[in-house]
Design a protein around this ligand. Structure first.
Ligand code: SF4
Length: 280
C-alpha cells in the first residue's frame, strides 16, 4: 500500500510558538496555570502537565502565580480579572487570532454590524466576541435567516473554520443585506491544510487524519476528506489504527491537524506501514 503524506504536517506555527512559550515558562516557574489545554493533543497535554503546567477551568480558580494564555486567546473580561488578581500573564495568543480581533474591531469602528462566523462555544470565538460586544455569532448558513435586520454587516471568521462553508455564509449574507464586508480570517495554515485535504483525498481510498478529538480544524479535515471521496478516519494516535481499514487499499493518505506534533504523525505512518502488510 502506498502511503501519501500531506506536505503540511505537525504543529502550525501558532501552536509551535505557544508550546515553546509554555515549555520556557514551566522551566523557570512552578506556578504556571493555563485555562483549558494548551493544545488539542492528549500526548502533548500530559507531557506539559508532567513538567508542571497546571490546568484550570476558570480564572476564579487561579489564586496567584502565572496565567498562561494559549493560542486561542482569552476574552477581555478574563484578562481584566487576571490583572485585578495580580496574576502574571504570559500571552501566547496566536498572531493570526489577534489579527481577527483587530479586523473585527476595525469593522465595528467603521460602523458595520459585526457577524462572527464560528462555533460560539469555542474559546477562540468567545475571545473574538469579547472584542466586539453586541456582535452576532453564527455557525451555519441556515442561521443567516434568523439574523435581525441591518444595512451594513462586517464579517470575520474563526481561524480554523471551513473555507467552503464560510463562502456559502457570505453568499447568503450578501443576498440578505445591502452591504456586506467580509474579511477571510481563516488562517494560512488552515487554508493550506484544507486545500491539501481536497487534493489528496481524490488520490487515495482511505484518509487517516491525526489530531485531538476536540480539535475543530482536525474535524474539518476529516469532513473534507469524506466529501472528496476518501473513507476518513479521525484518530488521536497509532493505537487506534485497525488493519481492516487498509484491506484491499492501494493508496492511503495521512494528514494531521494543527496541534498534532510531527513525531506523532511519524509514529502513525510507521504503524500504517506495518498494518498494511497484514491487511493484504
Ligand atoms: S491554526 Fe492558525 S490561528 Fe490557530 S494557532 Fe495555528 S496558525 Fe494560529
Amino acid at each position: 500500500m502506498l502511503i501519501k503524506k500531506a506536505k503540511v504536517q505537525g504543529f502550525c506555527f501558532g501552536v509551535a510558538i505557544t508550546v515553546k512559550k509554555a515549555e520556557e515558562a514551566i522551566e523557570t516557574r512552578d506556578d504556571v496555570t493555563t485555562l483549558g489545554h494548551v493544545v488539542h493533543n492528549p500526548q502533548m497535554v500530559s507531557s506539559l502537565a508532567s513538567r508542571g503546567l497546571k490546568n484550570a477551568t476558570s480564572v476564579d480558580d487561579v489564586e496567584s502565580g502565572t496565567l498562561f494564555v494559549r493560542a486561542h486567546g482569552l476574552p477581555i473580561d478574563v484578562l481584566e480579572k487576571a490583572k485585578e488578581k495580580n496574576l502574571t500573564v504570559i500571552d501566547a495568543t496566536c498572531p493570526m487570532v489577534t489579527k481577527i480581533h483587530v479586523q473585527a474591531e476595525k469593522l465595528k469602528g467603521e460602523g458595520y454590524k459585526i457577524v462572527v462566523v464560528g462555533d460560539p462555544h469555542h474559546p477562540e470565538v468567545k475571545g473574538t466576541l469579547s472584542h466586539v460586544p453586541g456582535a452576532w455569532c453564527i455557525e451555519t448558513v441556515e442561521e443567516v435567516e434568523t439574523l435581525p435586520r441591518a444595512s451594513r454587516v462586517g464579517v470575520v471568521v474563526q481561524s480554523t473554520y471551513s473555507k467552503a462553508r464560510f463562502l456559502d455564509i457570505v453568499k447568503a449574507l450578501t443576498a440578505k443585506y445591502y452591504e456586506v464586508r467580509a474579511v477571510n480570517t481563516i488562517c494560512t495554515d488552515t487554508n493550506n491544510r484544507q486545500s491539501e485535504a481536497v487534493t489528496l483525498s481524490k488520490e487515495v481510498e482511505v484518509m487517516v487524519v491525526v489530531g485531538g478529538k476536540t480539535s475543530a480544524n482536525t474535524k474539518h479535515l476529516a469532513e473534507l476528506a469524506e466529501m472528496n471521496g476518501a473513507r476518513a478516519y479521525h484518530i488521536e494516535g497509532p493505537g487506534e489504527l485497525q488493519a481492516g481499514w487498509f484491506a484491499g487499499v492501494h493508496a492511503a493518505g495521512l494528514m494531521s491537524g494543527a496541534s498534532t506534533p510531527g513525531w506523532l504523525v511519524d509514529e502513525v505512518a510507521a504503524r500504517m506501514e506495518a498494518l498494511s502488510s497484514q491487511a493484504v
